[in-house]
Write a protein that binds this ligand. Structure first.
Ligand code: ADP
Ligand code: MG
Ligand code: ZN
Length: 609
């Protein structure tokens, strides 16, 4: 995308230049001009000149003596010398027959003095700065971008349609979103077709989805497909240091957009300005945001929908948006941009693989299966990591192994090979991981083990057991959740069984198991006591999934008790499974300890041997 940005030279820059010029004039030019006229000589020379009768005229000042000498050609040269306590000077001058006079200090009128020393300099300064302002703003076009000396101008970037612009084909998967946006593209191609029938295009569409799913990319692709200018600004850019700036930016943005119609205005992260207005708001902190939001609403209501300005916005927190934004005539169309499914992930991997040299027999499907829940951005990152690894290892193409490794890099952090871990710790980690894997494998409804490793990651994980579902799963049965919880407890169970002591290594497992057990009871309606009652609500579906309790304190206590019971039951089940497979646990742990990383296949071979 070609991006025009105004040059960011402030006024200070121009004042600086003027100052430097002045200093140079002062230091070099003026004194030399003066020197040409009056030469300084010492008092002795002056006396000699007086005696030899060369001097034509002398002017006695309070602090210096100026005198003139006429040479043979008749040119007059001025000289000066310092004053000397010479009582005989007047006599000498008189004797030598030199014309002399004393300087009478000029007595300026106070008004004249005031004008000279104040009015004129200030006037000159003012005229100069006016002149500079004019030249500067002419140079910068529409305004002072990014200059805090000038308020009320927007620095919305203008993305002029560019050859490098994104197209729909750059967005893999997301077919439903693309379909919904296709209509907008058609409209931008030919707004008249719609206005003839009297159909009104929606003024705005809201792209809603978790981070990294390609919302920004989709908006850019719409502009690319429709071949129209693309005005893009992020919500956070509206919220500025100065109150009133945001609103002015909105005004300016829409003014520009109206001039360039048909075009697309894209407001990224609209939740930063579009947050609900009612809650909170003590102090002036929210005033600026509110003003900006109000201006946005006003502008959206004000402009003519037939003209061909389409406003797209993106957010990953739709629930936090002010209702006023979602009313008809504003962002009344909502386009979900969800995390990619298995086929979507494979397609995204392939799109990004086009940009790198990749081995022809790479199995993208396998990578896609190993990355359930990954966003488009993460998948793009996996390809890039794979390419980086290939370069590191001096290869010219990216292989399956590179990609599998980068899946782990992205999901579990970088490998920290060679970091100091005692033999004893390593042994514990090996048993812990095999514990997870064994408990998973011995329960009928858990995902098969794909890979087990005891090479630590920078993410803090000391080992890692990777399970991969054969198929994409959207629903989980109660049994599956229970066996998942049991699998989480499997690591700790193995430690207890073998070493008869427990370590801190299970903290993440504990967290995950608790989360699942809790969700079963409070959100999935899978407990006998509470039936299908929502005890907890998800306050933000996309970011972290914060939950808030919605029940009485007594119920909360009961929930806690049931969560504990659920996890304890799963833990006991895990211990039982491991006890039944005690020999295999030893055999597999020894194998893992030796190899450090084993595949699911190797694992199953030993287990079933
Ligand atoms: P969002 O705005 O939803 O947070 P972005 O549009 O910024 O996400 O996506 C970040 C990057 O992830 C994109 O530049 C692109 O490289 C990659 N990406 C995300 N989704 C897709 C997709 N569906 N197809 C291809 N690339 C994608
Ligand atoms: Mg984005
Ligand atoms: Zn574990």
């Amino acid at each position: 995308m070609e991006e025009r940005k105004p040059p960011k030279k402030s006024l200070i820059y121009y004042y600086g230049i003027a100052l430097v010029i002045l200093i140079i004039l002062n230091a070099f030019v003026f004194p030399s001009l003066m020197d040409k006229q009056i030469k300084e000589v010492d008092y002795n020379t002056f006396l000699n000149d007086v005696q030899s009768g060369n001097i034509e005229q002398v002017v006695l000042d309070t602090d210096q003596i100026t005198f003139s000498i006429k040479d043979k050609d008749g040119n007059v040269q001025l000289y000066k010398t310092g004053i000397w306590p010479d009582e005989n000077l007047v006599n000498r001058l008189h004797d030598a027959g030199v014309k002399f006079s004393a300087e009478i200090p000029v007595q300026n009128s106070p008004i004249l003095e005031f004008i000279l020393s104040w009015v004129i300099p200030i006037g000159i300064f003012f005229i100069l700065s006016q002149f500079m302002m004019k030249t500067v703003s002419k140079k910068m076009g529409s305004g002072f971008g990014g200059n805090s000396m000038m308020f009320g101008k927007s620095d919305a970037k203008i993305y002029v349609k560019a050859q490098t612009g994104k197209r729909f084909k750059d967005v893999a998967g997301q077919d439903e979103a693309k379909e919904a946006l296709q209509e907008i593209v058609d409209f931008l191609h030919d707004p008249n077709k719609y206005s003839q029938i009297g159909a009104k295009m929606p003024k705005g569409a809201l792209l809603v989805g978790p981070p990294g799913t390609g919302k920004t990319l989709l908006a850019q692709a719409v502009a690319g497909e429709a071949d129209v200018p693309f005005f893009s600004i992020s919500g956070s850019e509206f919220v500025q240091m100065f109150v009133g700036m945001g609103a002015a930016k909105v005004r300016d943005l829409f003014k520009q957009a109206n001039e360039k119609a048909p075009c697309i205005v894209f407001i990224d992260e609209i939740d930063t300005i579009g947050k609900k207005r009612d809650n909170g708001g003590i102090g002036g902190g929210n005033d600026e945001r509110e003003q900006t939001l109000n201006q946005l609403l006003t502008e959206m209501d004000g402009f003519d929908g037939c003209k061909g300005v389409v406003i797209l916005a993106a957010t990953n927190r739709p629930d936090s948006l002010d209702k006023a934004l979602l009313r008809p005539g504003r962002f009344d169309r909502r386009i979900p941009v969800e995390l990619p499914d298995l086929t979507g992930r494979e397609a995204i991997l392939k799109v990004h693989a086009k940009n790198v040299k990749i081995d022809s027999n790479v199995d993208f499907n396998a990578i896609a299966r190993a990355t359930a829940g990954a966003s488009g951005a993460e998948l793009a990152n996996i390809i890039n990591e794979g390419a980086l690894r290939a370069v590191r290892l001096g290869r010219s193409v990216v292989t399956q192994e590179d990609l599998e490794e980068s899946v782990e890099v992205i999901i579990a952090g970088y490998q920290r090979k060679g970091s100091a871990i005692t033999k004893k710790d390593k042994e514990i980690i090996a048993y812990h991981e095999i514990g997870h894997a064994l408990v998973a494998a011995k329960q009928s409804n858990s995902a098969p083990v794909h890979k087990i490793t005891i090479i630590p990651r920078t993410s803090g994980a000391l080992g890692y057991t990777m399970q991969i579902d054969e198929n994409e799963r959207v629903l989980m049965s109660k049994d599956e959740i229970l066996s998942k919880i049991a699998t989480f407890t499997g690591g700790r169970a193995a430690e207890e069984l073998i070493f008869n002591s427990i370590t801190s290594g299970a903290s993440n497992d504990i967290e995950q198991a608790t989360k699942l057990a809790r969700a079963m009871i409070t959100r999935y309606g899978m407990s006998k006591d509470f039936d299908m009652v929502a005890l907890e609500t998800l306050s933000n579906q996309y970011l972290g999934g914060d939950t808030s309790l919605a029940c009485s304190p007594e119920t909360a206590t009961a929930i806690d008790r049931e969560v504990i019971a659920t996890v304890r039951a799963a833990h006991e089940k895990a211990i039982e499974i491991l006890r039944e497979n005690y020999d295999k646990l030893h055999e597999l742990a020894a194998y893992l300890l030796e190899k450090e990383t084993i595949t699911g296949e190797e694992f199953m071979n030993i287990l079933n041997a």
